[in-house]
Design a protein around this ligand. Structure first.
Ligand SMILES: *Cc1c(COP(=O)(O)O)cnc(C)c1O
Length: 473
């Protein structure tokens, strides 16, 4: 237990840290957590937030370089969002969109999304989260091919190490093997190809490094191979994150997505872009597909649509699918909270705030290039084998040998070691294996970015020192 038993009372704190932790482990099952291991340590209790910082129940201030969980794009404490929610709660806290009804915030958000998304998107289906929205994708894809008179087109191709959520369909579309092992997944007719991860996979048959461009084309060709294996007449769709997020911020080579688009076009396969992380400015364009140069038929969003202030997700439906649905009678699918008025009101306020402050342009022209430059400097650190950024997403691959790219032995858990230093130093940076990742708020200033980068360098140095002390470097 790292909890002090009698911490000074903070304003608004109703219990001590130890009391929160005990009650937490007694009753609260956390997502993706080994409960017994957590109970031994006690959870870190986060009590408040402002701008790009969070505070825990011990009063420690922490720079949140993960935007909560990839979602607090405009930063914490923004009055515009709080007021939009309050106003809507007072006017109409809930009404559904089922029985030929709708609410003004849902209509207004649909209109605004049609305006800011690429031109093929004029329609939206709302859900409550990214996972739900990817479930909707599976329903939409199958419905589309049924309406086309090709019900045998059922197979959706995704990628290993992809993250598309945690419902049965979301986890099946995702390529996380630990998730598949715990639940008899994937569900039928969802298959996976390898990811465009140059650092891990970018070698030829003789173990020589391929150029990134060459590797990008090769990684895309795995889609063509899979289509041929299954039979083009059975493949319904391909789904991918423009930049894989939870898989480790894997920025694909520039040759990858255009080639994927050509392959989908050649076979008439629907292209689905999961923009739950990459949407709403993260990559320096409103949507990641614009950065990568694709024209998807369906686009999933969640997280940044409300900057995480309240849950909301959805699917942008492109003209090809929308046309089929329009002539197809009832689509027997929907959620109680589809188009929830409070969530939609917050989303409208959030998007207007992003527009007013020019955050997408700021990431594209100022903070994104600045982060790229500073990450290129970090690539010189002895622990860093690869440093990648895309807009305001970044990854540092920690390696034992910079020249060969040789990894540390897994049992050293170097990523977790680095993450522990980050917490202690007041920085949230996430570890995916030995890949350290960030996705800070888009509202971040250059000065705050310098502060973040100084913390990152310090934590890399502390990790290196610990490894040297253990004789592991
Ligand atoms: C987080 C995430 C999801 C799942 O969203 P939830 O709101 O957690 O259900 C889906 N796709 C991607 C790319 C994500 O990052």
């Amino acid at each position: 237990m790292n909890a002090r038993l009698n911490p000074p009372q903070k304003p608004g704190a109703t219990r001590t840290t130890a009391e929160w932790q005990q009650t937490d482990s007694a009753h609260y099952l956390h997502p993706f957590t080994d409960s017994a291991a957590l109970a031994r340590k006690g959870a870190r209790i986060i009590t408040r937030a402002d701008d790009i910082y969070i505070w825990d129940s011990e009063g420690q201030k922490i720079l949140d370089a993960m935007s909560g969980l990839w979602c607090v794009n405009v930063g914490y404490g923004r009055q515009e969002l709080i007021e939009a929610a309050t106003r809507q709660l007072q006017t109409l806290p809930f009404y559904n969109s089922f029985f030929n009804t709708a609410t003004p915030p849902a209509i207004e958000l649909a209109e605004l999304l049609a305006e800011i998304t690429p031109p093929q998107f004029q329609h939206v289906f709302f859900g409550g989260s990214g996972s739900e929205s990817n479930d909707t994708v599976v329903r939409l894809v199958r419905r589309y091919w049924d309406l086309q008179g090709q019900p045998e087109r059922k197979v959706i191709i995704s990628r290993k190490n992809a993250y598309h959520g945690s419902t049965m369909a979301g986890a099946s579309l995702g390529g996380m093997s630990e998730m598949h092992q715990q639940g008899g997944l994937p569900i039928p007719d969802i298959v996976h190809i390898e990811q465009p991860f140059w650092f891990a996979l970018g070698r030829d048959e003789r173990s020589e490094r391929l150029s990134r461009e060459e590797f990008g084309r090769r990684a895309a060709s795995w889609l063509e191979d899979k289509i041929q294996e299954i039979g083009p007449g059975r493949v319904a769709a391909f789904i991918g994150e423009p930049v894989q997020g939870a898989g480790g911020v894997i920025v694909p080579p520039s040759t990858y997505w255009p080639e994927i688009q050509r392959i989908c076009d050649r076979h008439g396969i629907l292209l689905v872009s999961d923009e739950v992380i990459t949407g709403f400015g993260r990559t320096g364009q409103w949507f990641g597909c614009e950065t990568m140069g694709t024209k998807p038929d369906l686009m999933t969003f969640a997280k940044g649509v409300t900057s995480g202030y309240i849950p909301l997700g959805g699917v942008m439906v492109g003209e090809r699918v929308a046309k089929a649905l329009a002539n197809g009678g009832e689509f027997a699918h929907g959620y109680t909270y589809s188009g929830h008025p409070v969530a939609c009101a917050v989303a409208v306020a959030n998007i207007r705030l992003i527009q007013r402050e020019g955050l997408v342009e700021r990431v594209r022209e100022d903070t994104g290039p600045y982060l790229a430059q500073r990450y290129a400097e970090l690539a010189g650190h002895s622990l860093v084998g690869e440093a990648q950024t895309c807009g305001l997403m970044g990854a540092l691959q920690l390696v034992r040998d910079k020249t060969s790219g040789a990894p540390f032995p897994a049992e050293l858990a170097v990523g977790m070691m680095c993450r522990a230093h980050c917490f202690r130093e007041g920085l949230i940076m996430r570890a995916v294996g030995d890949r350290m990742i960030i996705a800070p708020p888009l509202s971040m200033t250059r000065a705050q970015m310098d502060e973040m980068l100084a913390l990152i360098r310090r934590c890399l140095d502390l990790t290196l020192a610990e490894l040297q002390q253990k004789g592991a470097f």
